[in-house]
Each structure stands twice: as C-alpha cells, then as structure tokens.
Design a protein around this ligand. Structure first.
Ligand code: IPM
Ligand code: MG
Length: 361
C-alpha cells in the first residue's frame, strides 16, 4: 500500500466542475485499490485573486511543494482581463507554476478514439479509425520566458516597441529531447522535430542537439518538419505522426490544432514533468467561460489528466490504464457531453460523465 499526496488546484471557469468529476473518479478508484490518496485543495488563478489578492498565493505554493503531484484545472476569464498582465491568472499563476517547479516537458497525447472519429472536423477518410499523436512540448523556455520581454518607447516614429525573445540553450533542448525519445521508444518509435530551421537560429540549434540525442536511440527514427508544413500535414493526415517534439510556442499551437482534430478540445489531457516524479497534470483546453457553471463541460480531459498523474507521479500504471479503459468504455456505451454529441448517442452533463466513467472502472 502506498500513500500519495495530491494538490488539487481547480481554478476558474469550468475548472471546478470538471475537477469535481475527476475527483469522483479518483474516489471510486480509491475504494477499489489498495493505495491511498490524500487530496488538498488550494486556490489558484482568478479565484485566488478574489480571495487572497494574487493569482498564486504562497499558501498554494506551499501545498504544491508538500505534494507528490498537482492536479490542475484551468485559470483565467473575462473578469480578470483588465488587471495588469503580470497579475492576470495565466501570467500570474500558470506560467510561474511551470517555471517554479521546473516543469520543462509537457506531454499532450492527442488521441482520436474510433468512437469519436465522426466528431472530428476532418474528413472521415482522413481520420479513418482515429489516430494517436503525442506532442512533447518544451514548457519553460522560448518566447514565453525569454528576456528581454517588454514594451518600450520606439526610437522611431513616436510609437512603442514590443519585444519577446526566443532563446534556447543546449541543455534546455537536450533534456526535453530525451523525454521525447524515451517516450517514443515505448510507442511508435518515431520522433519528428517541428521547427523553422530555414529562418530561426534557435531551430538550427534544436536540430543539432536533437540529432546528437538521437544517436543514443538507434531504435527510434528521427525526422524533421517545418512548423507551417506540420500545421498543414495535421489537417491532411494526422496519423502519419507518432511523437511531435516542439519548442514552447509551436507546441502550444499545434496541440490545440491536434486536439480539435480529435473531435474536441475537451478530450486532451496533459502532463507537465520535471526530472523525477513530480508533475502537474491539466487539461490542455482553457476555462471555457461561455459554458462555465452550466454543468455541460466535458470532464474527460481532466479525468485523463488524472490518469497521467497516476502513471507518471505515482507510478501506478495499472490504475492509470483502468481509468483510460473506463473512459473508452463509456464512449463505447454511447455517453457523450455536448461537445462530442452525435445522433444516436446519449447526451449527459459533466457530473454524470464522471459517474459513468467511475462505475466502469
Ligand atoms: C496552454 C495554454 C497556456 C499556454 C496559456 C493559458 C498561457 O494555452 O496550456 O496551452 O499558452 O501555455
Ligand atoms: Mg494552449
């Protein structure tokens, strides 16, 4: 019997409701396995601004530090958009959490289940029986964090000048490339580096470093694709890819595109990892303010993020795959939230989706 401490940061928008559904699944799992999960809730994002005056309170950081993993919902919303940018939920909580805990490797598995193939905006002959592509996104470097990052007075014309800096070092690239190769080894054995090496200095360094990492993995094939072409190929034939290794911004963009291609952004989980077992696990979609509080949001991305938490931070592979199989069976049995609904299926809300999955564990 092992005991795990999990920090639960539900956040804003649909965060709390999808989190609740995933906790229902964890509780059901807890009853039918020997391991114990101790959950501690903490405020983050807009709700933390309202209650404590800042998006990432010290208390929340403390709770995360004392935990084996963070289960994260989502942060942000129209209510906090007028605050200074540094104080807003995304830049005041999400990005600092990634940086603070050194969560440099972001795994986003875009799985299009055969049951949902017709929910994809892509043509049936493109999607065929579904696809399974893993985006490995670098998460603590590049344009998101590079300095200088500022808006100053322009030297010409009296206007302003805004600067973001794309910067990468050998070691930043190497560590995330290793994660991509290690992961590829356990699945399709192919890594595709997404870059813009015909234009960007950073991309040239990425190619150089990734090639040298690849020499240690004779069983994994490596190829390269320019990011604009990758965006196009995802629409034409997503199934051609296995692992897409991306710098931070490219990975942000392509993972949304792939998520949409799977049928819904509400299906895409993610794991943000560092060296060791600690990690933060969150749906890749946002707070969806338009449907928040209505009980209709799809909790599957949150529930699959929980499965990733069990796999990576708790090393409970069996329990992780029990959840993933339960999700598949629930879809197989025709239960759908509104975002993935189609004729002949049963439309259910957030909480019921959690219950249906829990009872299929
Ligand atoms: C994501 C999100 C975040 C990002 C935003 C909310 C800052 O889009 O996790 O993909 O850009 O990383
Ligand atoms: Mg994004």
């Amino acid at each position: 019997m092992k005991k795990f401490k999990i920090a639960v940061l539900a956040g804003d928008g649909i965060g709390p409701e999808v989190m609740k559904a995933s906790i229902a699944v964890l509780e059901a799992l807890g009853k039918s396995c020997v391991h114990k999960f101790e959950l501690t809730e903490a405020d983050v994002g807009g709700i933390a601004i309202d209650r404590h005056g800042k998006a990432l309170p010290d208390k929340t950081i403390e709770i995360c530090r004392a935990s084996d993993a963070i289960l994260f919902g989502s942060v942000g919303g129209p209510k906090w958009e007028k605050l200074p940018r540094e104080e807003q939920p995304e830049r005041g909580a999400l990005l600092p959490l990634r940086k603070l805990f050194g969560l440099y490797a972001n795994l986003r598995p875009a799985v299009c289940y055969p049951q949902l193939a017709h929910s994809s905006p892509l043509k049936p002959e493109t999607v065929k029986d579904g696809f399974n592509v893993l985006v490995v996104r670098e998460l603590t470097g590049g344009l998101y964090f590079g300095k200088p990052k500022e808006t100053v007075k322009s030297r010409e014309g009296g206007g302003k000048m805004a600067i973001d800096t794309m910067v990468y070092t050998t070691s930043e690239i190497k560590r995330v490339a290793i994660v991509a190769f290690e992961t590829a080894k356990k699945r399709g054995k192919r890594v595709t580096l997404v870059d813009k090496a015909n234009v960007l200095e950073t991309s040239v360094l990425w190619r150089e470093v990734v090639k040298s990492v690849a020499r240690g993995y004779s069983d994994v094939a490596l190829d390269f694709i320019y990011v604009d072409n990758a965006a196009m190929q995802i629409l034409k034939n997503p199934g051609q890819f296995d692992v897409l290794l991306c710098e931070n911004l490219f990975g942000d963009i392509l993972s949304d595109e792939l998520a949409a291609a799977t049928g819904s952004l509400g299906m895409l989980p993610s794991a943000s990892l560092t060296d060791g077992t600690f990690g933060m696990f969150e749906p890749a979609g946002g707070t969806a303010p338009d449907i928040a509080g209505k009980g209709v949001a799809n909790p599957i991305a949150q529930i699959l993020s929980l499965a990733m938490l069990l796999r990576f931070s708790c090393k409970l592979e069996k329990e992780a795959s029990r959840i993933e199989k339960a999700v598949e069976r629930t879809l197989q049995d025709g239960f759908r939230t509104a975002d993935i609904f189609s004729d002949g299926c049963r439309k259910i809300g957030t909480a019921e989706m959690g219950e249906r999955i829990a009872e299929r564990l």
